[in-house]
Design a protein around this ligand. Structure first.
Ligand code: GLY
Length: 248
């Protein structure tokens, strides 16, 4: 397994906020938490590839938003926030250098990678926030997979509200999910950040330390849980998912 990561900008504390109030970000702690996040991915056996830093872009650490990967195909995003559009160029160069087949979302469509949740052969795409409905057809063409739009109005990205466990069960924090009935297998979790899991393998998820009750729920289902503290990124509407691009 390989994943892309991108070192935080020194201007991280100026990151965009949409649904939450601003709280001071401890940039030194954020740097340490990023090192710990990367170390946690390395500990579970992943090779990490760094996208060159973009110090002028406060939100650039959230590298997942720059692209969507499926097998050997990549669609470069066109971020819904104009302030973030400059983040994609270096990310695209990095993934091209790795030999991937690359296409890109074209205007006027917009798409943030954090709005795309792949489960099996389907990509669910959150529309209504940063991602526009007209990006869906472009994504389907570029990835060669089925795409289903779902509404997102209560959180920044689709994956701020729901992700999926290794067995495909969708996990979500109901107050922030527009349509929980959208998924046949849906597990409500008791904490907002409990809805954010990175699937490591069939038996293991990585998630935020801020969701201990959700972690217990997952352990009761037989999963191993790797927890990382990403408190400073949570203040910027970031999750464990948006801090990396898993190449799979
Ligand atoms: N702070 C993350 C974003 O708004 O994209």
């Amino acid at each position: 397994m390989r994943a892309l990561v991108r070192p935080p900008s020194p201007r991280l504390a100026d990151g965009l906020l949409t649904h939450i109030d601003r709280h001071p970000v401890d940039t030194d702690l954020a740097m340490q938490q990023w090192d710990d996040y990367v170390a946690a991915l390395a500990d579970v056996g992943w090779d990490l590839i760094e996208v060159p830093p973009a110090p002028e872009h406060p939100d650039s650490v959230f590298v997942e938003d720059t692209m969507v990967v499926h097998g050997d195909r990549v669609v470069i995003a066109r971020p819904g926030a104009p302030e973030r559009r400059g983040e994609t160029a270096a990310a695209e160069r990095t993934i091209r250098d790795l030999g991937y087949s690359v296409s890109a979302v074209t205007q006027p469509a917009t798409l943030d990678g954090g709005d795309v949740l792949k489960i099996g052969k389907t990509a669910y795409v959150g529309v209504g926030g940063r991602t526009s409905e007209d990006a869906c057809a472009q994504l389907a063409d570029g990835l060669g997979m089925a795409v289903e739009p779902v509404p997102v109005t209560k959180v920044l990205h689709l994956k701020s509200g729901v992700t999926a466990l290794p067995d495909g069960t969708v996990v979500g924090y109901v107050p922030l999910v527009d349509d929980p009935a959208r998924w046949d297998r849906f597990l409500a979790v008791p904490e907002e950040s409990g809805a954010h899991v990175v699937v490591v393998d069939d038996d293991t998820v990585l998630m935020a330390a801020s969701a201990p009750r959700s972690a217990s729920l997952f352990r009761e289902r037989g999963l191993n849980v790797v927890a990382v503290d990403i408190s400073e990124y949570e203040k910027l509407e970031g999750c464990v998912t948006c801090l990396s691009v898993r190449l799979r």
